[in-house]
Design a binder for this molecule. Structure first.
Ligand SMILES: NC(=O)c1ccc[n+]([C@@H]2O[C@H](COP(=O)([O-])OP(=O)(O)OC[C@H]3O[C@@H](n4cnc5c(N)ncnc54)[C@H](O)[C@@H]3O)[C@@H](O)[C@H]2O)c1
Length: 333
């Protein structure tokens, strides 16, 4: 089987490629990545000599390139995106270009060059917006709150529109917040670990009461695998492990593990449009596709902290003052 992974040099994509190559013998993987800021060629260094892995540097919005790459693909998983909400507030245009035009270009290439391929488009719980009580199901309305989530929602409806109009075999996953190894240092969990390891204060936006549902990246990878194998065309699958926590709880757990007290926390101005709570109902993927998460948060976060503690070489050149900024949306990107 020939699998194309877009955005495979980023956090989730690189974990997905490693998972696929280490689990299956008969899958050849091509990683197409533009090597933008969230990416890191070190993420896949261990696979460079694997004969079933190849890398192409390029943009999913490049029609000629994507047409060539997907021409004989069996499956395309589209992880490629601009992903940092804070950056989308100060520099939104790149999100429209990469997340919407990029996905649109893949869909155009598929319908013209390889309409028989399977597409799994990787989306996010953020497209539904926030919810005070209860959990979103796949048929709930999309109410994005930031330029990032608006661009992801726009891409999702293009995928569904193309599946319906052109009969493309395209499915969507909408997953909650991921954590695990190789996550870029600007995101909450790595930033907290790294700032604490460097002896810096740890910023919390507002009061820290915003709730996120955390899933280990390998559980997300297995959900994508389940959708490749059994997902139905034009269907959306929510992916969640039901580990809801406030940001303050997440930060406190990390500080406790690292032996730091809560004086390290610095409450900073809240991010504009900051969603209060995300929550997904993932009954559909569990019942229809037999997926379930295998990691619990306590073990998963401990392993993740250990990974960042023992891989200082991986993050030390990435984690500059700007990347670790307490209020990144105020900076020019
Ligand atoms: N991180 C999370 O918690 C989370 C949760 C749910 C969904 N997602 C989705 O999962 C996907 C991957 O997220 P991530 O956290 O690994 O992000 P990331 O920022 O670590 O990686 C994104 C990768 O996409 C590449 N990329 C960006 N634009 C591109 C383009 N035009 N062409 C080719 N490559 C391009 C980047 O170079 C980078 O390697 C995204 O679509 C994101 O919306 C992420």
């Amino acid at each position: 089987m020939r699998l194309i992974v877009t955005g495979g040099s980023g956090f989730i994509g690189s974990n997905f490629i490693r998972y696929i190559l280490n689990t299956f013998d008969r899958i050849d993987v091509t990683n197409l990545d533009a090597l933008k800021y969230g990416s890191n060629s070190e993420n896949l260094k261990d696979l460079e000599t694997n004969s079933r892995y190849s890398f192409i540097q390029g943009d999913i919005a490049d029609y000629a390139l994507i047409s060539e790459i997907i021409a004989d693909a069996d499956v395309i998983t589209n992880f490629a995106a601009e992903t940092h909400v804070d950056r989308s507030i100060s520099a939104p245009e790149a999100f429209l270009q990469n997340n919407v035009i990029g996905t649109f270009t893949i869909l155009e290439a598929m319908r013209k060059i390889n309409p028989g391929a399977k597409l799994v488009h990787i989306s996010t719980d953020e497209v539904y917006g926030d919810i005070a009580d209860g959990s979103f199901g796949e048929d709930d309305a999309l109410k994005p709150s930031s330029p990032y989530s608006a661009s992801k929602a726009a891409a999702d409806v293009f995928v569904l529109g193309y599946a319906r109009t052109y009969g493309l075999n395209a499915s969507i996953t909408r997953c909650t917040n991921n954590y695990g190894p190789y996550q870029f240092p600007e995101k909450l969990i790595p930033k907290t670990i790294i700032r604490a390891l460097l002896g810096l204060t740890v910023p919390i936006y507002g009061t820290g009461q915003n709730v996120r549902d955390w899933i280990h990246v390998e559980d997300h990878c297995q959900a994508v695998e389940a959708v490749i194998n059994y997902g139905r065309p034009a269907e959306v699958y929510n992916v969640a492990s039901s580990a809801e926590m406030t940001n303050l709880q997440v930060v406190t757990t990390i500080l406790d593990y690292l032996g730091k007290d809560e004086d390290s926390i610095e409450f900073v101005e809240d991010r504009p449009g900051h969603d209060i709570r995300y929550s997904l109902d993932s009954t559909k993927i569990r019942q229809d596709l037999g997926w379930r998460p295998r990691h619990n948060f306590e073990q998963g976060i401990e392993a993740t902290i250990k990974w960042y503690t023992s891989n200082v070489e991986w993050w030390k050149n990435l984690a500059d003052d700007k990347i670790l900024s307490p209020t990144p949306w105020e900076l020019d990107w």
